[in-house]
Ligand binder design. Structure first.
Ligand code: EPZ
Length: 420
């Protein structure tokens, strides 16, 4: 198994290109199952989770190919209804197949995703909403078995603005009979990117980006001839490089940075003292002086994203003063805290709140990644630590960061992989 070796090497400088968004590409690729005719995508990031999604599409009768430039062609043909445990257990987003399969086939069999490091992450809200549209479910041998004799439009009020639930229902309702209203829907930019892709294929969707989305079902979805769909840039990857630039007191241009969807991410970094300048080709970040801690609370979009919580915590470990970080989305998303403490950070945990007291320096140490964003926070901390940090279980990192070693080394970092 690979270990990532990071040697603190002073301020980062230069330009980093941001890839396509993992959390937009996953549902958009899965939406191929709804389409008639082949579908073309560009700017798809080369990540482990994308590889898993392409395998899943293959198993579901929608073979898809990807080239080295991030172009994907998917060919939905004989759609099958079962998403196997072997694939679902490696990627929870497989549960997003439920809506498209029920809408297309009237039947779906998807392995129930297990828990994950950051929380229980049930899919009850997805199922309750699909039941409102006329599906019935039972759990059999670890599989969610769903059937319907045709999904029908309904008024659905989510108890919480679930991202995955909104995406599943957007896809299901696009091919359902009648009109569906999603109330308290998620407003994340990735949800909007999915809606725009479906609209390109002929779906009738309005209100995406707000808490109330209306979908008028249509009988067929088809990408216009010769068209392709460009996946949006990854705002969490961009935020991670922002954190890396800040903690090393560097100067970095973040190319293709989706600034418009990052207001809640950029605001606390500016409050901490980072200088941010929007330029034609990206966001220029400089952080020459020591930053100051601030308080942060994770919230659904347009609030501060939970997927940036670990990275901003890492930056605060070396900032002046103290800051309170409250995690309101997931019940167990502080696995990185003890690993940062191993590097000399001062962080006190109590329930879903962490109090970070900035220290003068971090020291490299052997640490363990527990999930995708926790691993990103360990990389960020290691870039500014004295000495060498060895990060184990970095397969988590490869799920969501394209070419992270090469991108960081191009900014002057010292990052390499070693076999355990
Ligand atoms: C998406 O997960 C993202 N994943 C997550 O990013 C992100 O952290 C999350 O949204 C919140 O922004 C992808 O897009 C693939 P939710 P999702 O449904 O859809 C509870 C990363 O690091 N809930 O909005 O699973 C749930 O347990 C990943 O890239 C239910 O209780 O998030 C959680 O506490 C990690 N029942 C909260 O709601 C349900 O049926 C938010 O979940 C659904 C959700």
């Amino acid at each position: 198994m690979d270990i990532l070796i990071v040697e603190g090497n002073g301020p980062l400088s230069g330009t980093v290109p941001i890839s396509g968004s993992k959390n937009a590409a996953l549902p958009i690729l899965i939406a191929s199952l709804l389409m008639d005719g082949s579908v073309n995508y560009t700017n798809v990031p080369r990540l482990r989770d994308i590889g898993t999604t392409l395998k899943l599409l293959e198993v579901l009768g929608c073979p898809a190919e990807m080239d080295d430039a991030g172009n994907v062609i998917a060919n939905p043909c004989e759609i099958a209804y079962q998403a196997p445990y072997e694939l679902v257990r490696t990627m929870r987003a497989s549960a997003l197949c439920l809506g498209p399969l029920l809408a297309r086939l009237g039947r779906a069999s998807v392995a129930l995703p297990g828990g994950c490091a950051i929380g229980a992450r049930p899919v009850d809200m997805h199922l309750t909403a699909l039941e409102k549209m006329g599906a019935t479910f039972n759990l059999d041998a670890g599989y969610i078995e769903g059937v319907t004799d045709g999904l029908k439009g309904a008024h659905i009020a989510f108890p919480f603005p679930t991202v995955g639930g909104t995406e599943n229902l957007l896809m299901a309702a696009s091919l359902a009979e009648g009109t569906t209203i999603l109330e308290n829907a998620a407003r994340e930019p990735e949800v909007c990117d999915l809606a725009e892709f479906l609209i390109q294929g002929g779906a009738k969707i309005t209100g995406h980006g707000t808490s109330e989305i209306t979908i008028e079902g249509v009988s067929e979805l088809r990408q216009p001839k010769g068209a392709s769909y460009r996946i949006m840039s990854d705002r969490i990857e961009a935020g991670t490089y922002l954190a890396a630039a800040c903690i090393t007191r560097g100067e970095v241009l973040i190319q293709n940075c989706p600034v418009d969807s990052m207001e809640a991410v950029l605001a606390p970094f500016e409050e901490m003292g980072a200088k941010l300048e929007e330029r034609e080709d990206g966001l220029f970040v400089s952080a020459a002086d020591r930053l100051k801690c601030v308080d942060v609370k994770t919230l659904p979009y347009p609030g501060f994203p939970t997927d940036m919580q670990a990275q901003i915590m890492a930056v605060m470990t070396l900032a002046e003063g103290s800051g309170v970080i409250e995690e309101t989305i997931f019940e167990n998303r502080f696995m990185h805290v003890q690993e940062l403490v191993r590097m000399g950070a001062r962080i006190k945990l109590s329930g879903r709140t962490a109090v970070v007291r900035g220290v003068e320096a971090l020291t490299g140490a052997p640490v363990m990644a527990s999930d995708l964003r926790a691993s990103a926070s360990l990389v960020v901390a290691a870039l500014a630590a004295h000495g060498v940090t060895a990060i184990r279980r970095i397969y988590h990192l490869d799920r969501g960061y394209e070419n992270i070693d090469a991108k960081l080394n191009a900014l002057g970092a010292k990052v390499r992989r070693e076999q355990e």
